[in-house]
Design a protein around this ligand. Sequence first.
Ligand code: NAP
Length: 257
Amino acid sequence: MSGILDGKRILVAGVTMDSSIGFAVAKFAQEQGATVLISNFGRALGITRRIAKRLPSEPPVLELDVTDEDHLAGLADAVREHVDGLDGVVHSIAFGNPETILGGKFLDGPWPDVAQALQVSAYSLKALAMACRPLMGEGGSVVGLTFDATVAWPAYDWMGVAKAGLESTSRYLARDLGPQGIRCNLVSAGPLKSLAAKAIPGFENLESMWSDRAPLGWAETDLEPTARGVCALLSDLFPATTGEIVHVDGGYHAMGA
Ligand code: NAP
């Protein structure tokens, strides 16, 4: 049976648990015929290695801290140990200190913690795309994950600002990498019960109102719709789409009340 990602080589950065959106992306991408590599960083790397065995086919696990210049500089060679290039890169990475800049701490959030959130969650899309650019000589697709940054949300605080930065970064990447045939798009997902979401104090309140308002309904434990959206953007089905944000949120964003 042929899949929409047959023959594609894809790096999914940001897989910790099987509750990670990146895990669901890696799984669906493999089911659609892709050769997948996954990455994570630091102490959680051991967890990622164990979780990788739960995928249909165990992928190579690379170490990548997106704030580490050496990791970024060595990424292309690390990827080449497994595949000779990449057709797609998924940025499924975010971090903000839940104690200081999330969960109602907006007015008091200290700059070093805000700076860290902006670097890990927004600037890193550019850093990752550039680290992978030498591997995408024949063009490719970069896809990231956002949470609608056009409005202010309860609890999301400085991560909302970081997501606004991510959304803008994606558009500038689309501008500057488009001439080399590299597309850059985001999926704007509804709330999903991942480790990152559980760490945000008060985020669970968003989850309950989402399923009430989204015309298609919304299941915060079902990662597959989001994974399918990411994989569609990785595929050849959107050849003329870049700088775009595709909402995979049950239609919530389009409703006024
Ligand atoms: P997740 O499983 O916690 O994934 C976030 C990943 O980022 C983790 O693997 C985390 O690693 C990694 N990470 C953090 N700092 C890093 C660094 N310096 N270098 C490399 N990796 C780093 O949570 P998720 O919900 O799947 O998040 C994936 C993406 O989807 C994020 O961009 C998130 O904002 C976005 N998103 C999530 C939701 C939601 O409701 N869950 C909704 C819309 C968009 P560690 O676990 O080791 O820290």
